[in-house]
Write a protein that binds this ligand. Structure first.
Ligand code: AMP
Length: 134
């Protein structure tokens, strides 16, 4: 069963397209956090972030950067959230890699629903050692 984004890429369902090239499509999110909320969608149906080759990820990020600059210049937003919901546990609804670029305004009242935790004594060091990448 194709995802909604595959159907959009194939032209089977409509979208409001902002940009397209061989590797990605940029559309407006149909239910925006703020108007202008855009999605940079990989053309290949990678379910999650780590499935996408590095060069393609770099390209998607470079397009997200262009979207950010356009949102700032046209909508005069004060900032953006650039985010990837990565797998079901993170809230990803459509298992097809996409980057959200969300315009943000000072005092717009929007916030993530995350609650922050605290490390126990010494725990942050242990975690750092476990997750160290080099
Ligand atoms: P995620 O939770 O990261 O998978 O985000 C999926 C996003 O796709 C949500 O923000 C939806 O509002 C958006 N979305 C779902 N269907 C469509 C559609 N047909 N056109 C544009 N955006 C859509």
């Amino acid at each position: 069963m194709p995802t909604v984004f595959e159907m959009i890429i194939n032209g089977d369902i409509p979208s409001t397209k902002l940009y397209e090239d061989q590797l990605c499509l940029v559309i407006l999110d149909i239910n925006p956090v703020e108007k202008g909320h855009a999605l940079v969608i990989a053309k290949k149906p990678y379910p999650v972030f780590t499935d996408c080759p590095d060069a393609e990820l770099a390209h998607l990020m470079s397009i997200a950067k262009k979207v950010d600059l356009k949102l700032r210049s046209v909508l005069k937003c004060d900032g953006t959230n650039i985010l990837i919901n990565n797998d079901e546990a993170s809230g990803q609804e459509i298992p097809h890699l996409h980057i959200h670029v969300i315009p943000r305004y000072k005092d717009d009242g929007q916030q993530f629903g995350f609650s922050k935790q605290k490390y126990e004594e010494g725990e942050i060091k242990e975690m750092g050692a476990k997750l160290c990448l080099n």
